[in-house]
Design a protein around this ligand. Structure first.
Ligand SMILES: CC1=C(CCC(=O)O)c2cc3nc(cc4[nH]c(cc5[nH]c(cc1n2)c(C)c5CCC(=O)O)c(CCC(=O)O)c4C)C(CCC(=O)O)=C3C
Ligand SMILES: [Fe+2]
Length: 336
């Protein structure tokens, strides 16, 4: 039934001149103030205008190709992005030309919510419409927030980060991309699925990393106009509270991310690390899954379970997951 694999990702600039056009693609019609765009543009320019996400996608594709080969999965592999080259519509046109009829898509986000799930489904619809007759059908793989191939690399990375910290009271801080409160309210079939999944994932990772004495879940990389409420606290504000409480060290686990996106490289490795330094907090940031063999095997398992319904569907969490999202699930929240 399925005849191709598609990596569906966010996309990112590949040089200084790409940065502003990329940011305009991301924020078209989203009401993000120019001042915020200028600030984020600067983050990208610190890296020569190159987002780390593209290289990470290429590495994941290479690893998936090897993994498929080792497990006899004979699907051609494609890559298409929402916001930058290779654009999804161009990829779908190429797939049509290659004779692809029905692809399985792995999106580089583990969670529900408009930004992390529904928007990818809309990207598929829009790209198919642009390609027109003969565009391949594309089915997105299930949300993998609680798959052991995602949980275990995060847990091991947290353990390693904890092991680098000096003596003293250490707090484990899980972090994910903030979203508008209204977006969390429409996440999943009954709302709040984004925060519920992250809350459960934080517990799964903390358990497996042997964390004792509790942990926090906080938010980062807030965008949008200041009068719109987003998930809080922000990680930097939270570090202030921890320092005020006399905590000596923080181990930061970016469970909201599959790889070291700009939000990890800049907002954590630079901004949050500086905040910690200013406050005299010891700081260690845990690695993201990237191309951890368990994460790559997870991608293959998610494909296999769709090719062969007899395949066990591994997961550790308790919230419902499904293959096909209902209409209106993770809807775009109303703008005020
Ligand atoms: C939930 C979520 C994820 C995680 C799930 C997932 O992975 O999908 C995510 C990922 C990413 N977000 C990214 C980049 C950006 N996100 C922006 C803006 C926004 N993100 C939002 C949410 C999310 N974003 C939202 C609600 C906005 C406001 C505008 C809107 O409603 O859409 C902006 C505009 C400037 C700004 O930050 O204001 C940029 C540049 C990159 C690429 C990074 C790289 O280059 O490595 C990645 C992986
Ligand atoms: Fe984003």
């Amino acid at each position: 039934m399925y005849d191709a694999f598609l990596l569906l990702s966010f996309g990112g600039p590949e040089g200084p001149d790409d940065v502003m056009p990329f940011l305009r693609n991301v924020t078209a019609g989203r009401g993000v103030p120019d001042a915020r765009l200028a600030e984020v543009a600067e983050h990208y320019q610190h890296f020569g205008g190159v987002s780390p996400i593209n290289q990470q996608c290429r590495e994941l594709l290479d690893a998936v190709r090897v993994e498929f080969g080792a497990h006899g999965i004979d699907l051609p592999i494609y890559w298409g992005n929402r916001n930058w080259d290779p654009y999804l519509a161009d990829t779908l046109a190429r797939m049509r030309d290659d004779g692809v009829r029905h692809a399985l898509a792995f999106a580089t986000s583990a969670f529900g919510s408009y930004s992390s799930c529904r928007q990818y489904l809309e990207d598929i619809v829009a790209a198919r419409a642009k390609v027109g007759p003969g565009a391949p059908a594309v089915d997105k793989l299930r949300q993998f927030y609680d798959h052991p191939g995602f949980v275990e690399p995060h847990a091991d990375a947290l353990r390693s980060a904890l092991d680098t910290l000096p003596a003293g009271e250490t707090r484990v801080v899980f972090t994910a991309h903030s979203v508008p409160l209204a977006m969390n309210r429409t996440a999943g079939p009954t709302g709040d699925r984004y925060t519920d999944q992250l809350t459960e994932l934080a517990e799964l990772v903390a358990d497996r990393a042997g964390v004792e004495g509790g942990h926090d879940l906080v938010w980062q990389s807030r965008s949008g106009p200041p009068q719109v409420p987003w998930l809080s606290p922000d990680i930097n504000d939270h570090l202030e509270s921890l320092a005020a409480r006399g905590v000596a060290n923080v181990a930061v686990s970016p469970i909201g991310f599959v790889s070291d996106h700009m939000e990890v490289r800049w907002d954590l490795d630079n901004e949050a690390a500086e905040t910690a330094k200013r406050l005299g907090l010891g700081y260690a940031r845990a690695a993201t899954p990237g191309t951890d063999p368990r994460f790559v095997a997870m991608v293959r398992e998610l494909v296999t379970e769709r090719l062969d319904p007899a395949t066990p569907r591994r997961r550790l969490g308790t919230l419902p997951v499904w293959d096909t999202c209902a209409d209106g699930c993770c809807a775009l929240p109303p703008r005020r």
